[in-house]
Write a protein that binds this ligand. Structure first.
Ligand SMILES: NC(=O)c1ccc[n+]([C@@H]2O[C@H](COP(=O)([O-])OP(=O)(O)OC[C@H]3O[C@@H](n4cnc5c(N)ncnc54)[C@H](O)[C@@H]3O)[C@@H](O)[C@H]2O)c1
Length: 215
């Protein structure tokens, strides 16, 4: 039997590709999403690739009670947390929106993990935690974190700090932050890709628009 991994934001850009790769690696991915920046058609795309429709827990990631209930009823070995807002510019215009969803969502899933310490937890952090390193052309895994340049960046910076503090209080927990840079492209099948609602927030759609005049 496949081990189950809950993927919050699993209908989003990175989440949907992770769902496919988890399936390919022998796991059973379960998607938690409320489709505020995605569409249920993504599930169809995923099932075209992996041959089955992944299970869906349609809910707000801030709904700790609903997630706890689901985890009580299902044996989950891992939780990967992608569900968050991710647009730097939008976070400058509406910081409270970002702090609320990104911090409250993280605290919600960490509460669930604290009650279920056997679950491995992975946080989708970002290169924004490096700020703008002075005198360095590139950052590496040993580069120190710096001052983020946007509220979005601060939600990731603070998110990592919250995870560190929770770990210090309970060192038996299995917690990890991964700092992504800007992913681009789509699955080779083209059944899934970046399909944001409204204005795209990643670099690739903008480059594509600039070069090709396409939308
Ligand atoms: N795309 C990038 O360049 C990039 C780089 C580094 C880190 N990240 C981080 O990776 C994660 C995923 O990024 P993405 O590009 O796939 O974004 P995305 O917007 O495509 O996916 C996020 C998904 O989370 C869902 N979601 C958001 N808030 C939710 C909530 N409260 N409850 C339930 N579902 C909710 C959205 O509906 C969406 O499907 C984010 O945390 C983002 O900050 C992204």
């Amino acid at each position: 039997m496949r081990k189950k991994v809950l993927v919050t934001g699993g209908a989003g850009y990175i989440g949907s590709h992770t769902v496919v790769e988890l399936f390919n690696a022998g796991y059973e991915p379960i998607i938690l999403d409320d489709f505020r920046n995605s569409d249920e058609s993504v599930l169809k795309g995923i099932s075209q690739i992996i041959g089955i429709k992944p299970e869906l827990l349609k809910c707000d990631v801030c709904d700790t009670k609903k997630i706890s209930k689901y985890i009580k009823e299902n044996e989950i070995c891992g939780l990967i947390h992608f569900a968050a807002y991710k647009a730097v510019g939008e976070s400058v215009e509406n910081p409270l929106h970002y702090y609320q969803n990104n911090i409250e969502g993280l605290v919600s899933v960490l509460k669930v993990i604290s009650m279920n310490p056997e679950i491995t937890f992975v946080f989708s952090s970002s290169c924004t935690v490096y700020g703008e390193p002075v005198g360095q052309k590139e950052v590496t895994e040993t580069t120190e974190k710096s001052i983020p340049t946007s509220p979005y960046g601060y939600t990731k910076w603070l998110g990592e700090q919250i995870i560190n503090d929770v770990f210090k209080s309970a060192p038996g927990l299995r917690l990890m932050s991964l700092r992504y840079f800007n992913p681009i492209g789509a699955h080779e099948s083209t059944a899934i890709g970046e399909l944001p609602l409204g204005k795209p927030n990643n670099s690739n759609p903008f480059h594509y628009t600039d070069c090709c005049g396409a939308t």
